[in-house]
Design a protein around this ligand. Structure first.
Ligand SMILES: N[C@@H](CCC(=O)N[C@@H](CS)C(=O)NCC(=O)O)C(=O)O
Length: 219
């Protein structure tokens, strides 16, 4: 049985969680508090970099969320969230990598600001610009009247970008100027996998102290 180490707060884990649900896979969730439990020797044996998500499939362990998605796609190909077309593969990959390479550092700055952890006005401005560039890029790649990045095909581009973009409004950035992105996200949020993995407003409130402690350590 698959074992999935995660936290409800983690966007990196949420993309794996959504994929497990979308592929209808049975798995045992292992909730991590990230209060130091990620540094326990047993967990460090699974991921020496002390990060979630981690997926354990019997005697095989994989970490790094995008590697986990590749593993799940290869081992459980149906339903498929990848393409065999060269241009579509390039597009899916680019959207995944823009999401994981560009958004997290900007999100961390904006979250610090929101939680009153010190950041400079220049850092905030730069983070807002990065967010705007990413959102414009996503907007340009969502073609009018297509529900997903690859037309009618739901792919990892939607899972990876869609779970990350869903948290942007909580950072004080409105998606309203991006009409395609807003429509696309509304549509994704109707899916059971998004509903099951979404944080409630109460959970967001409760998580603020944990987030603040983690972000202060990153200084
Ligand atoms: N590149 C990694 C990033 C994983 C990551 O940063 N996970 C965070 C939660 S979102 C974590 O486990 N933080 C705890 C720590 O670093 O000690 C991935 O995509 O899986």
């Amino acid at each position: 049985m698959l074992k999935f180490y995660y936290s409800r707060l983690s966007i990196n884990a949420r993309r794996v969680w959504v994929t497990l649900l979308e592929k209808n896979l049975e798995f045992k969730p292992v909730l991590m508090k990230l209060n130091g439990d990620q540094f326990q020797p047993d967990f460090l044996k699974l991921n020496p970099f002390h990060h979630i998500p981690v997926l354990v499939d019997d005697d095989f362990t994989v970490f790094e969320s995008l590697a986990i998605l590749d593993y799940l796609e290869a081992k459980y190909p149906q339903p498929s969230f990848m393409s065999t077309d060269a241009q579509e593969i390039a597009k899916i990959r680019t959207i995944e990598l823009v999401t994981v390479n560009e958004l997290p550092s900007a999100s961390i700055i904006l979250m610090k600001d929101m939680l009153e952890v010190e950041v400079s006005p220049q850092q905030i401005e730069k983070a807002k610009q990065t967010m705007a560039t990413a959102l414009k890029y996503f907007e340009a790649n969502l073609i009018d009247n297509s529900p997903y990045f690859i037309g009618d095909k739901f792919t990892y581009a939607d899972i990876v970008a869609g779970t990350a973009v869903a948290s942007i409004p909580f950072l004080g950035i409105s998606l309203e100027p991006y009409s395609q992105v807003s429509k696309w996200l509304d549509n994704l949020q109707q899916r059971d996998s998004w509903k099951q993995t979404a944080l409630t407003p109460e959970q967001i409130e409760q998580s603020k102290a944990v987030m603040k402690a983690i972000l202060q350590k990153r200084n």
